[in-house]
Ligand binder design. Structure first.
Ligand code: HGY
Ligand code: MN
Ligand code: MN
Length: 414
C-alpha cells in the first residue's frame, strides 16, 4: 500500500484555500475568475514540480500526466474541480484535486512505477454558478456538450467563457477530449449530505447520482404605480412568480421519494419599492434518480407557470438550460475502492449522491467511480462546509490506494 503524507496534504490544502478565501472560512473562487486563475497557477506549478507533462485544453481543463511502465496503456484519470460557489466551502472540488495531487506525490515518494500512466485533472467550471451549465469542462471533454458553444456562454456581466479563459491565461491549445481510451476515472469528494456522518461511516462508495434539470423562467407583467393602481387591475410579475416558487417547493413531494426542487436565483425588474414588478426571472433546479420523475417535474413547472399567469394576467417564457440523466458508476471501480477501504481498516457504505460531479461526465466515457468523505452536518455550498481532518486523511489514503490498484490492472497490451 502507498502512504500519503498528511502534513504535505495539509500544507497544500491551506495554501490553495487561501486563494479566494472569504473572511468566514469559505471560498469565493468563481470559475475563470482571477482567483481561479491564481489557484490554477499553483496547481500547474505543483504538477511541474512533480515532473509531470502539463497540458491545457481549449476549455481550460488542466491536465498532468505521470507515465507508467506501459506508456501505451489506457491511463487512469483522477481529479476534480478548483472553482467554487459564491461563498462556498473549501472542500467541494478542491479536496478532490488535492487528493489526486497527493496520490501522485505519494507514488513518487515510494518510487512506485505503475503499469498504466496516470493523468490528473482540474475541470473547468464544475459549479455552473457563474457560467451555466455546471460540469462545463468535463461535459465538453466527454463529448456531451459542444466546446465552441461553451466558449460562447456569457456570465451575468456579458463576459464569455472564452474571454474569461483568455483573461486568466488558460485558453489552452490542447484538443478538448481524450486522445484515446481511458482505463478508469476516479474522483474524491465531500459527501455534501448527512449519511456518512449520521451512520458514523468513514468512506462512501458512490453507486450513482441523481439526474437533473435546470430551468430558467421569466414572467412578464406591467409596471405601474404602487399607489393609485387598483389591486384588481394589476399584472404583478413577482406575485405570479411567488406562486410558482411555492409550487416548485411543494412539487418535490409529488414527483418521487428522492426528488428535490430548488429556486436558487430570482431577479425582479425594475426593482423599485413603489413600482409594480414588470418582470421576474428565476431558475429551477429539479433532481431525482428517476429520470421520468425529472421529466414530469419539468412539465409540472410549466403547468404552474401557466396557471399563475392566468390568475395574474401575466405572460411567461420558460427555457431548459440543462438536463442530464441519472448516473450509474462502474460496479468494478466501486469494488476496487471498497476493497482498498477495507484493507485500510475503514468502514464503507455504498450510496447514491444528490450533487452533480464531473465523474458523471466521465462515466459516459469510461469506468468511473466516486468516493465520498463525510460532511459535518451535511453542510455544503456554504462557508461552514467542513470535514474532520482525520476523515480527510482516511479518505485520501483510500483514494490513493484505489488509484494505485486501478493503475496496476493488467494493461491492454499485457
Ligand atoms: O450542481 C451541483 O450539484 C454541483 O455542485 N455543481
Ligand atoms: Mn463539487
Ligand atoms: Mn458544488
Amino acid at each position: 500500500m502507498i502512504e500519503i503524507d498528511p502534513e504535505r496534504l495539509r500544507e497544500a490544502f491551506d495554501r490553495y484555500a487561501a486563494i479566494g478565501a472569504t473572511e468566514n472560512g469559505g471560498l469565493h473562487r468563481l470559475a475563470l475568475s482571477a482567483a481561479d486563475g491564481e489557484v490554477r497557477d499553483a496547481f500547474v506549478a505543483d504538477l511541474e514540480a512533480l515532473g509531470l507533462d502539463v497540458r491545457v485544453d481549449g476549455l481550460g481543463n488542466v491536465f498532468g500526466r505521470r507515465e507508467g511502465r506501459d506508456s501505451g496503456a489506457d491511463p487512469v484519470l483522477i481529479g476534480s474541480h478548483l472553482d467554487s460557489q459564491p461563498y462556498g466551502g473549501r472542500y467541494d472540488g478542491q479536496l478532490g484535486v488535492l487528493a489526486a495531487l497527493e496520490t501522485l506525490r505519494a507514488l513518487e515518494d515510494a518510487s512506485v512505477e505503475t503499469d498504466r500512466p496516470i493523468e490528473i485533472v482540474d475541470w473547468t467550471n464544475e459549479e455552473g454558478a457563474r457560467f451555466k451549465p455546471a460540469l462545463m469542462g468535463s461535459e465538453a471533454y466527454a463529448g456531451l456538450a459542444d466546446a465552441e458553444d461553451a466558449l460562447a456562454v456569457e456570465d451575468g456581466d456579458g463576459t464569455t467563457v472564452e474571454e474569461a479563459l483568455e483573461s486568466i491565461g488558460y485558453r489552452g491549445d490542447a484538443p478538448v477530449g481524450p486522445d484515446g481510451d481511458l482505463h478508469a476515472y476516479l474522483e474524491l469528494h465531500v459527501e455534501q449530505g448527512p449519511v456518512l456522518e449520521n451512520e458514523g461511516v468513514d468512506i462512501g462508495v458512490v453507486e450513482g447520482i441523481k439526474g437533473m434539470s435546470w430551468l430558467s423562467a421569466t414572467i412578464r407583467g406591467e409596471a405601474d404605480h404602487a399607489g393609485p393602481s387598483p389591486m384588481h387591475t394589476r399584472a404583478d410579475a413577482l406575485v405570479a412568480a411567488a406562486d410558482v416558487v411555492g409550487a416548485v417547493r411543494r412539487l418535490s413531494a409529488r414527483l418521487a421519494d428522492d426528488a428535490v426542487t430548488t429556486v436558487g436565483e430570482l431577479t425582479v425588474e425594475p426593482g423599485s419599492i413603489n413600482v409594480i414588478p414588470s418582470a421576474a426571472t428565476f431558475t429551477v433546479d429539479l433532481r431525482s434518480y428517476d429520470d421520468a420523475a425529472v421529466a414530469r417535474g419539468v412539465e409540472r413547472v410549466e403547468a404552474e407557470l401557466e396557471a399563475a399567469c392566468d390568475r395574474e394576467g401575466t405572460t411567461y417564457e420558460l427555457s431548459e438550460l440543462w438536463r442530464i440523466p441519472h448516473t450509474e458508476f462502474s460496479p468494478r471501480v466501486c469494488d476496487v475502492a471498497a476493497a482498498a477501504a477495507a484493507e485500510r481498516g475503514r468502514t464503507v457504505r455504498r450510496l447514491r449522491g444528490g450533487a452533480g460531479h464531473d465523474a458523471s461526465s466521465l462515466a459516459t466515457l469510461t469506468e468511473a467511480g466516486l468516493v465520498f468523505v463525510p460532511s459535518v452536518g451535511g453542510k455544503t455550498h456554504n462557508e461552514r462546509e467542513f470535514t474532520e481532518w482525520t476523515d480527510v486523511v482516511a479518505g485520501v489514503g483510500v483514494f490513493a490506494e484505489t488509484v494505485r490498484r486501478l493503475a496496476d490492472e493488467a494493461s491492454e497490451s499485457a
